[in-house]
Design a protein around this ligand. Structure first.
Ligand SMILES: C[S@@+](CC[C@H](N)C(=O)[O-])C[C@H]1O[C@@H](n2cnc3c(N)ncnc32)[C@H](O)[C@@H]1O
Length: 331
C-alpha cells in the first residue's frame, strides 16, 4: 500500500523526518520511499494506521490511487466505485484557483457516477496533488490534528512559560526518539511538560523530571488538566539513572544558555552530564531526540552517542535550535 504524507513545509527536512521516524517507531515494514519537497511517499507492506496517527508535521496522509500524467489519473478515477457514498475532491498545490476548479470538476464528474458530492461533511475525501511533472491522486486516510495541537498551545494551558515548545514540535521530537506506543520515554528537562503531554497522548509511558520543583508541579498539573498519566519527579539530570529503571527512548529540550536556568553550571558541563546519563538509561539501539543550540553542543552529544540526524530551525538572528536524533551504539 502506497501512502502519501502531505508535508507541512514548515521546514525543509523536519516534516519528512517526523513522518519517517513515526513509521520506524511503529515497526512498519517498508518496501520503498520516494519524495518531493512537498510529499513523502512510503510503500508499506501493511496499512500503517498507528504511524499515521502520530505524525505532527504533515497535513493529510492519503492512500495513493494513481501517480503520473493526467490520462493515468483519469483512468484510475474511472475505476473508483463510490458505492453511493458522499465525497469531495480537493486539488491542492501550485495551481491557480481556476485550474483547481477544473481539476476538481473533472475528477468529481467521474466519481459522481457512483457517488454524491458533499462539500461540507463527505464520507470520502479525494486529493489531487502535483507530484513532479505529473499528479498524485489519493484518498484521505488521516487528517493530522493540527487544530487540536494548536489548541494545546502553551498559552492556553494552566501552566506555561515562554520556554515551552510548541505541541507540534514536541510531538515531532517524540517521533524522532522512535519510542513505540506503550514504550517508556523520558524527558529529564521537562519544564512545562509539553513533551510528556504529547508522549502520553500517543500512548507511551512517560517519565518527566526537572531540577526545579515548580516545573515538576506545573507539569503534573498540566497532565492532570488533560486527563493524562505520567510519572513526574524532581531530579538533577545526572541523578535520573539512579531514580528510574532504563527507558526505551529520551525526548528532551535542555536549557540552551542565557535565558534558561542552569543554576550557574556551564552549559558544556551540563550537556556532558546529561549525555552520560542518556547513555546509561538507553538500551543499545535506543534513541535520544534532543533540541540543541549549537554545533558545539552537538559535538558534546557525539562524545556519548552516535548522531543519526539533525534539523536546524532558525528562531531568530542569534538563536538556532537543532532537532537531533542520537542513537546509543554498541560502545
Ligand atoms: C528549555 S527548558 C525545557 C522546556 C520544555 N521543553 C517545555 O516545553 O516547557 C529547560 C529546563 O531544564 C531545567 N533544568 C536546568 N538545569 C537542570 C538540571 N541540571 N537537571 C534537570 N533539569 C534542569 C530547567 O529548570 C528548565 O525547566
Amino acid at each position: 500500500m502506497r501512502v502519501a504524507f502531505e508535508l507541512s513545509l514548515e521546514h525543509p527536512t523536519l516534516p519528512r523526518a517526523d513522518a519517517l521516524a513515526a513509521i520506524e517507531a511503529e515497526g512498519v515494514a517498508v518496501r520503498g520511499v520516494s519524495f518531493t519537497p512537498e510529499i513523502l511517499i512510503v510503500d508499506a507492506v501493511r496499512p500503517p494506521k498507528r504511524a499515521l496517527e502520530r505524525v505532527a508535521l504533515s497535513r493529510y496522509v492519503d492512500r495513493v490511487l494513481a501517480l503520473g500524467p493526467w490520462p493515468s489519473i483519469l483512468r484510475a478515477t474511472a475505476r473508483i466505485d463510490a458505492h453511493r457514498e458522499t465525497f469531495r475532491v480537493r486539488a491542492h498545490g501550485p495551481f491557480t484557483a481556476e485550474e483547481k476548479r477544473v481539476l476538481e470538476r473533472r475528477v468529481g464528474a467521474v466519481i459522481g457516477r457512483t457517488g454524491r458530492v458533499d462539500l461540507d461533511a463527505p464520507e470520502r475525501e479525494f486529493r489531487l496533488l502535483r507530484y513532479g511533472d505529473g499528479f498524485l491522486f489519493g484518498e484521505v486516510l488521516y487528517e493530522v490534528e493540527r487544530s487540536a495541537m494548536e489548541a494545546r498551545k502553551v498559552a492556553r494551558r494552566p501552566f506555561s512559560m515562554p520556554i515551552s515548545l510548541h505541541p507540534k514540535l514536541a510531538r515531532a521530537l517524540v517521533n524522532l526518539s522512535r519510542c513505540p506506543r506503550g514504550g517508556r520515554i523520558l524527558d529529564p528537562f521537562c519544564g512545562t511538560g509539553g513533551i510528556a503531554i504529547e508522549a502520553a497522548r500517543l500512548g507511551m509511558r512517560a517519565f518527566a523530571s526537572d531540577l526545579v520543583e515548580k516545573m515538576v508541579r506545573g507539569t503534573a498539573s498540566v497532565l492532570d488538566h488533560y486527563g493524562l498519566q505520567a510519572e513526574t519527579f524532581v531530579a538533577d539530570v545526572g541523578d535520573v539513572p539512579r531514580r528510574i529503571p532504563n527507558v526505551d527512548a529520551i525526548a528532551t529540550d535542555p536549557p540552551y544558555g542565557r535565558a534558561a536556568s542552569t543554576r550557574g553550571e556551564r552549559i558544556g558541563s551540563l550537556y556532558r552530564r546529561a549525555f552520560a546519563a542518556f547513555r546509561d538509561l538507553l538500551p543499545r539501539g535506543g534513541f535520544a531526540a534532543v533540541v540543541l543550540p549549537s554545533e558545539e553542543a552537538i559535538r558534546i552529544g557525539e562524545e556519548f552517542l552516535r548522531l543519526e540526524e539533525a534539523h536546524t530551525l532558525r528562531v531568530h538572528r542569534t538563536l538556532a535550535r537543532t532537532f537531533c536524533a542520537f542513537v546509543r551504539g554498541s560502545r
